[in-house]
Write a protein that binds this ligand. Sequence first.
Ligand SMILES: Nc1nc2c(ncn2[C@@H]2O[C@H](COP(=O)(O)OP(=O)(O)O)[C@@H](O)[C@H]2O)c(=O)[nH]1
Ligand SMILES: [Mg+2]
Length: 233
Amino acid sequence: MRGIISANFQTATLPELDKGLPGPNRRAIEWGESVKISTATFLASSPDLASCPESALPEFAFIGRSNVGKSSLINMLARRKDLAKVSGTPGKTRLINFFTINGDWTLVDLPGYGYAKVSRNERGDFSAFVAAYLRGRANLRGTFVLIDSRLGPQKLDLEFVRWMVGCGLAFVLVFTKADKVAGATAQKNIAAFAARMREISGDAPEVLLTSSKLGLGRQEILATIAAALADWS
Ligand SMILES: Nc1nc2c(ncn2[C@@H]2O[C@H](COP(=O)(O)OP(=O)(O)O)[C@@H](O)[C@H]2O)c(=O)[nH]1
Ligand SMILES: [Mg+2]
């Protein structure tokens, strides 16, 4: 999946961000405006790959550590408060949740990885379950790996992206909770993660900065999805 490299890592609201954007980001926003989400409906919750709904619709998945903001991001994209369940208790979402957008494509809220209070055995099951989905879902057209912008590179996230790269699975890195961190700190954390990514894959990752609270990054994610939909239609 082709994504958009975001050069503006400052914490800003979308209108502010829109002013000072370099060319590629401005294009991303223009494309994004052509992808409107008019309907978003819950489709299914699945405990394993075998029970995932059979669907030929293009699918876009969100993955990351528990509490990183996957469900909040899906709600922000859909502009719906309670489409995906946002939990104050990390590790609660143990199912793959599917949401149909415009009757035409699907957003997927994957279970979080690496929640410390989940037993080792259970965590292994989650990983296997998520791994089976990411490797085996035929209609998966894009994966967004969410990383907390407040933190420097974390072992669990690096292990996960290393696994993705090893499997040959493409993804866009989405840094979350930009409203909770100084712009310079987010920028430093993103640069540090990007440097580790270059070691892992030999390539610069596609990176977006988001805040579900502010709506930051919404158009860029929708533009990334639009580009993937255009590629495959
Ligand atoms: N301030 C702020 N809080 C967020 C943001 N995204 C998520 N959160 C909060 O982080 C917690 C975990 O979010 P959730 O979406 O359930 O994470 P998930 O476990 O990855 O699905 C919740 O308390 C959210 O309200 C954000 O962009 N800004
Ligand atoms: Mg969740």
